[in-house]
Design a protein around this ligand. Structure first.
Ligand code: NAD
Ligand code: SER
Length: 313
């Protein structure tokens, strides 16, 4: 049977790029893009204007297109959710329940839902953070992701829901803008480097965080969703690592291409969020269970970002 896929939040940073990959795999007519607003990124896809909090409309979209797989990307990210904690909780949790319930009722048969390094908190070991460790997230975003992970595992154990998840690090890509996270600086820095040869960073120079280039994140997403079910042994969410760096290190890497680039620092509320997250994570379970391996290091990513952004600027 041909899979019919629904991507909710398709117009965001990840959705824009994931849609391209899913179109290649399933054919664009089998990939339905859903979001609050339309976007040129969906021009090849069936589009549904959809609020994931509207359970009835979600059901109708799934039925109308005979969807059997859902990628749920709609969420408030860390920085935005701190500004509106109750709505962050509502969107991140109720959206997930609405999709998990469709899978529990066997209306759909597979769910992808991303978690984040934000599930960890200030009391978590910061270097090579293990899959299983102390998790006391201090942001509303992190609390919602931690709770979401527990619920995903619960729906798998109790209702045999085939839900798969990755704890993405901060994601960096050139095709789409980031949507209100603490790691957004690592995308903005490239745009500003090409435009103004300088960047004012909202995190301090030594703030090391786990990051990943978007092609690697898309590959991981597609790989985990296409792995045989028995290989997915963790049904909460998998640690996943790509590259760990701080603002000073990425600025040095950019300077190799743009020698007169300079970085300055003006710290804001996002520093406290970043300080509560790991510097690097141990993802050996993802490597062993379903064969995860990243392709891009800091140097490869920087060259590729600058090359592609300079073509479209
Ligand atoms: P984003 O903010 O760029 O995109 C989210 C999309 O969801 C937007 O297009 C938005 O319009 C849409 N949306 C918001 N509310 C909606 C609603 N009620 N109904 C339907 N659509 C709605 O986010 P992203 O960076 O693409 O992240 C996608 C997922 O990946 C989120 O769950 C996020 O927590 C997770 N994640 C992202 C990163 C990252 O670095 N980008 C890292 C870790 C986890
Ligand atoms: N990139 C995300 C954020 O900063 C991490 O989940 O919110």
């Amino acid at each position: 049977m041909t899979d019919k896929v629904l991507v909710i939040g398709a117009g965001g940073q990840i959705g824009t790029e994931l849609l391209e990959k899913l179109n290649e795999i399933h054919g664009s007519s089998n990939v339905v893009a859903a979001d609050l607003n339309n976007s040129p990124a969906f021009s090849n896809n069936p589009y549904e204007k959809l609020d994931v909090l509207d359970k009835e409309s979600l059901f109708n979209v799934v039925k109308k297109h005979q969807v059997n797989q859902v990628y749920l990307l709609a969420a408030l990210l860390s920085a935005t959710a701190e500004k509106n904690p109750l709505f962050g909780w509502k969107l991140n949790m109720e959206g997930l329940f609405n999709v998990l319930e469709l899978a529990k009722e066997k209306i759909i048969d597979k769910v992808y839902w991303p978690s984040s390094i934000a599930v960890f908190g200030p009391t978590t070991p910061k270097v090579n953070t293990p899959q299983y460790t102390v998790m006391e997230p201090s942001t509303v975003y992190g609390i919602s992701k931690q709770a979401g992970e527990r619920w995903c595992e619960y729906y798998f154990n109790k209702y045999n829901v085939d839900v798969r998840s990755i704890r993405y690090p901060g994601l960096i890509g050139w095709k789409s803008a980031p949507g209100g996270g603490t790691t957004d600086y690592a995308v903005h820095i490239f745009h500003e480097a090409l435009k103004n040869k300088k960047y004012e960073c909202f995190l301090s120079e030594n703030t090391t965080l786990p990051m990943m280039y978007m092609p690697d994140a898309i590959k991981a997403t597609v790989d985990i969703m296409h792995a045989p079910a028995e290989q997915i042994k963790i049904r909460s969410s998998y640690n996943l690592t790509g590259i760990s760096f701080n603002p000073k290190e990425i600025a040095e890497e950019i300077k190799k291409h743009i020698p007169d680039f300079s970085i300055s620092y003006k710290i804001d509320f996002r520093q406290e969020i970043a300080d509560s997250w790991p510097k690097s994570v141990d993802d050996h379970e993802a490597r062993e269970h379903w064969g995860w391996a990243e392709q891009f290091n800091l140097s490869d990513m920087t060259s590729d970002m600058l090359l592609n952004l300079s073509k479209i600027k």
